[in-house]
Ligand binder design. Structure first.
Ligand code: NAD
Ligand code: TYD
Length: 346
């Protein structure tokens, strides 16, 4: 655990998957930390993810948009945050292929509005949660923090645009910001449109699993608690103006399915449930970020083996069936899933 330097932290997008895990982490690790969670509650934001903190004097939820300049001004004036950690974003590649307006609005315009407020109110530290997807498809070798940005989807290009805006604020205004580029996370509270929770829940419901193309795409899978520890380290000790990659374990999508199935008592083989669909247009076949920098400079190490992270994740989805069943019955899930399942992008 790092030394606590911050007493009042604004977390943006804390009601989503990684954000809610990070709020839990901060709340548990730092008894003196006051946490404010600004979240617009889009389809993937869920106040239930943090219902165990209801009544905590150290946690406050604020319903709002990071793109709302007046709200930000009032919040920054009232609370004088020591640090801002920004998770707020539209996060699903498939949705960005269907319509990218919200992605540009929240991920680009929203982030710009937030860093402008941070600059005007002289916030001492701003952490942007970015992604390895900004490097695009990495067919050979690995991407380090200096690898050129080469995003493929409207999602990843909106995240790259936010990174570039932040870099310009660091150069032009000396914004005290750090960018953290995480690889594919998995764990509790992940919205069931993403590969791992979709596969676990579909198998539990006896439904088919849509596998894009040949299923040999490779992602670097990072257990969400390990990512939260990395963000904690960067929040406390990351060098201002720097970028840090945080990566996990490389696995193909079919290897991920195999590992999930080992943790479920299936009566048939998972292969029988697979339906091969079209691949995404512009699909990235491989991400391979290198985390050498955060390991060298901050001593961060992943503590979870991929197999243990998966075991714990499957267990969480087994125990919290009501959480995902409710989500899978909402119009926001069903309307999108219809298109996602058929892989009809245009
Ligand atoms: P998520 O979709 O589960 O959560 C996003 C949260 O942001 C939701 O609570 C949503 O309500 C909120 N939000 C969206 N637009 C907002 C706005 N304009 N104002 C305020 N709140 C808003 O996403 P996630 O998977 O938890 O990802 C969180 C962040 O981490 C994103 O920035 C994403 O790009 C990045 N990231 C995700 C992964 C991953 O594997 N999931 C990997 C690397 C980086
Ligand atoms: P996803 O979880 O959406 O993360 P990202 O695209 O941001 O890496 O998808 C991970 C991989 O799984 C990606 O190669 C697409 C593939 N995939 C499927 O094959 N079927 C699915 O239903 C989904 C959601 C993803």
């Amino acid at each position: 655990m790092s030394n606590q330097l911050f007493k009042k932290v604004l977390v943006c997008g804390g009601a989503g998957f990684i954000g809610s895990n990070f709020v839990h982490h901060l709340h548990g690790a730092y008894p003196d930390c006051q946490i404010y969670n600004l979240d617009m509650l889009t389809y993937s934001g869920n106040k239930k993810n943090l219902s165990d903190l209801d009544g905590s004097g150290r946690y406050e939820f604020i319903h709002g948009d990071i793109g709302d300049k007046n709200l930000l001004s009032s919040l920054f004036n009232t609370h004088r945050f020591d640090a801002v950690v920004n998770f707020a974003a539209e996060s699903h590649v498939d949705r960005s292929l269907h319509s990218s307006y919200h992605f540009i609005q929240s991920n680009v315009v929203g982030t710009h509005t937030l860093i402008e407020a941070a600059r005007q109110h002289a916030v001492p530290r701003f952490i942007q949660i970015s992604t390895d997807e900004v490097y695009g498809d990495i067919r050979d070798g690995e991407s380090d923090e200096n690898t050129p940005l080469n995003p493929s989807s409207p999602y990843s290009s909106s995240k790259a645009a936010a990174d570039l805006l932040i870099k310009s604020y660091i150069k032009s205004y000396k914004l005290p910001a750090v960018i953290v580029r995480g690889s594919n996370n998995f764990g509790p509270y992940q919205y069931p449109e993403k590969l791992i929770p979709l596969v676990i829940s579909n198998l539990l419901e006896g439904k088919k699993i849509p596998v894009h193309g040949n299923g040999l795409h490779t992602r670097s899978w990072l257990y969400v608690q390990d990512f939260c520890h990395a963000i904690d380290a960067v929040l406390c000790r990351g060098k201002l103006g720097e970028i840090y990659n945080v990566s996990g374990v490389p696995k193909t999508n079919l290897e991920v399915l195999e590992e999930i199935s080992k943790n479920l008592n299936l009566t048939t083989s998972w292969q029988e449930s697979v339906v091969h669909t079209n691949d995404r247009p512009g699909a990235d076949l491989r991400y391979a970020p290198n985390s050498g920098k955060i390991m060298r400079e901050m001593g961060w190490r992943p503590l979870w083996r991929f197999e243990d992270g998966m075991k714990s994740t499957v267990q969480w989805y087994l125990t919290n069936r009501e959480w995902w069943t409710q989500i899978k019955n909402t119009p926001a899930f069903l309307e999108h899933y219809e298109k996602q399942y058929k892989a009809q992008y245009f």
